[in-house]
Design a protein around this ligand. Structure first.
Ligand code: NDP
Length: 356
């Protein structure tokens, strides 16, 4: 039966992710996992993936067994698809509980964040080099916060916002910051950090409901890119033009923002979701070229993957957690219940059904 629901907890906070209930058997563990069976064409469908079962072996020394509690659902899961081979397990990060262990580093009962993929149970070695992306680590967040935050504002999306904004845009007090994909996990955090840094913040999002929430958490202006004239709305909201642009979407939206930048503006190119349903990188939707504003306004535009900042990972989580404690950061999550709903949750993200 269906299990898609959006939960509202007593603090009025929406929680988003896929929460998993799965089975461990007495002597052996039967894992479920999603495998890629047919290349995506546009929006993912049930024809593209299949859930299969896998009997896990006994643990060896230095290994531990985790059971997924929350699986993150992120736009990159669609963007990455051209790299999949048929039969691959779908990629992703989860918060998982250690349920058996032959490792002193990951004892039973601990919660771990790791890139274990779309799986209910996984056996992990405890010596993955720290230089690798998505190396597992033990969750270290206050008990009063839900564990799922380790996949959101206190995890990869929160760090993407914090590090991308501060390391690349370097916003100064009084400057104007624009962020697209503003109501997502990354965008909503970017806007709030820019406010903490004393900036004026303009968000671009796809619904009035999202706009209302973003205004309630401190954004100065919201532009609905589906219904507003973006150029006109930017001229009104940013009479002193735009100093920093945190780009989550790409495409024509970003071309228009670039035409409204100030001299020496900085652009952090974080995501390009407007093109993620494309076949591959050669198939992206065409947009107005950006060279002219880049030259005229002497802009600096830098693309990044958040893992380039691994050395600052835990400092970023600590700062975001401190701002959460102080009430300076707010968050929303959208929660789908049940492992069988992973695909539905991914389609929801790609259709803009999620907030946070
Ligand atoms: P989001 O929740 O922001 O992504 C989903 C949202 O994107 C939807 O709710 C929708 O909001 C918007 N969207 C969907 N389709 C389009 C479209 N065609 N044009 C414009 N907006 C669209 O996800 P995250 O916060 O997790 O990530 C934000 C971006 O950052 C993504 O592009 C992601 O790939 C990227 N990213 C990059 C990282 C890096 O290391 N560089 C790390 C993490 C994320 P709406 O209703 O407003 O349309």
């Amino acid at each position: 039966m269906l299990t898609h629901r959006t939960l509202l907890n007593q603090n009025g906070i929406l929680r988003k992710f896929v929460k998993v209930a799965s089975k461990a058997f007495s002597n052996m563990v039967l894992a479920k996992k999603y495998i890629y069976v047919k290349p995506y064409e546009g929006m993912p469908t049930e024809e593209n993936v299949r859930i299969v079962e896998e009997e896990l072996p006994e643990l060896k020394n230095g290994e531990y067994l985790v059971e997924a509690v929350y699986l993150s659902v992120d736009p990159y899961m669609r963007a990455y698809a051209p790299n999949y081979k048929i039969g691959d397990t779908l990629i992703g990060t989860q918060v998982a509980k250690v349920i058996q262990s032959k490792s002193s580093k990951f004892p039973v009962g601990q919660y771990v964040v790791g890139g274990f993929g779309w799986r209910t149970h996984s056996i992990i070695k405890d010596d993955i080099p720290k230089t690798e992306w998505n190396v597992p680590y033990i969750v270290d967040i206050d008990e009063k916060f839900p564990l799922s935050l380790a996949l959101g504002v206190l995890g990869m999306p929160g760090n993407t916002a914090y590090l991308g904004l501060l390391e690349i845009c370097k916003p100064q007090p009084g400057e104007t910051v624009v962020v697209s994909g503003a109501a997502g996990a990354v965008g909503s955090t970017v806007g709030q950090i820019a406010k903490i840094k004393g900036c004026k913040v303009i968000g671009i999002a796809g619904s009035d409901e999202k706009a209302k929430w973003l205004k309630s958490i401190g954004f100065d202006h919201i532009i609905n890119y589906k219904t507003d004239d973006l150029q006109k709305a930017l001229e009104e909201a940013a009479p002193n033009r735009v100093d920093c642009y945190f780009d989550n979407v790409g495409g024509e939206t970003s071309s228009i923002v670039l035409q409204n930048m100030n001299k020496y503006g900085r652009i952090a190119v974080c995501g390009a979701i407007s093109g993620y349903l494309s076949k591959d990188m050669t198939d992206y939707p065409k947009a107005t070229s950006v060279q002219r504003p880049m030259i005229s306004f002497e802009l600096t535009m830098r693309g990044f993957l958040v893992n380039q900042f691994l050395d600052k990972w835990f400092d970023a989580i600590a700062q975001n957690q401190q701002w959460l404690r102080e009430g300076k950061l707010q968050y929303r999550e959208t929660l789908y219940e049940g492992f069988d709903n992973m695909l539905k949750a991914l389609v929801g993200v790609l259709k803009g059904e999620n907030t946070g």
